[in-house]
Design a protein around this ligand. Structure first.
Ligand code: SF4
Length: 161
């Protein structure tokens, strides 16, 4: 089920977690395993922080440049919709695009269908190259923000440049 399919009450409950520990506990209750990684800054003003994406819905970024400066691509492969994806943006942008009405679409080269994989070399090659979806990432504008409750507004995920 996608977030936008939830009722207002369910949405409220889903975003009520105020700390990473609360979120992990909620995930555990739902049978979902989570692991928070320590980013290079770790804390901002004494609070836990995370790396905020800087998406460009128009897709005007240079995909090779975005991939080169990407902290996620190839490191955080995702398994979704019967395929391997290079990152969370490529695998899960659909919910964001539908919720906020953006015209963001993945291309066949953004994923590696499981049935097409013949060897680990196929995965290695795939994970080391830029993908069409990379044009939607303004990775020179990534920011580190303190952990906090979402306002559920698109600007939390958009590049501010
Ligand atoms: S789409 Fe490309 S640039 Fe954006 S997070 Fe994924 S791998 Fe990185």
């Amino acid at each position: 089920m996608h977030f936008e399919d939830l009722t207002p009450q369910q949405k409220e409950k889903a975003i009520a977690c105020k700390t990473p520990d609360e979120l992990a506990a909620l995930a555990r209750k739902k049978g979902v395993r989570t692991a928070f990684t320590k980013d290079i800054t770790n804390t901002v003003d004494g609070k836990e922080a995370f790396l905020r994406l800087a998406l460009d819905p128009k897709g005007e970024c240079d995909r090779a440049q975005s991939f080169t400066s990407c902290p996620f691509g190839g490191c955080y492969l995702q398994l979704a919709r019967g395929a391997i994806w290079p990152c969370q943006v490529a695998a899960h942008h659909g919910s964001f695009a539908r919720r906020f009405g953006y015209d963001m679409h993945d291309a066949p080269a953004d994923s590696l269908p499981l049935e097409s994989i013949g060897s680990t070399d196929d995965i290695e090659t795939f994970r080391r190259m830029p993908h069409p979806m990379c044009r939607h990432c303004d990775n020179d504008a990534l920011t580190v923000v303190p952990w906090g409750r979402s306002k559920l507004s698109a600007d939390e995920w958009l590049s501010s440049r």
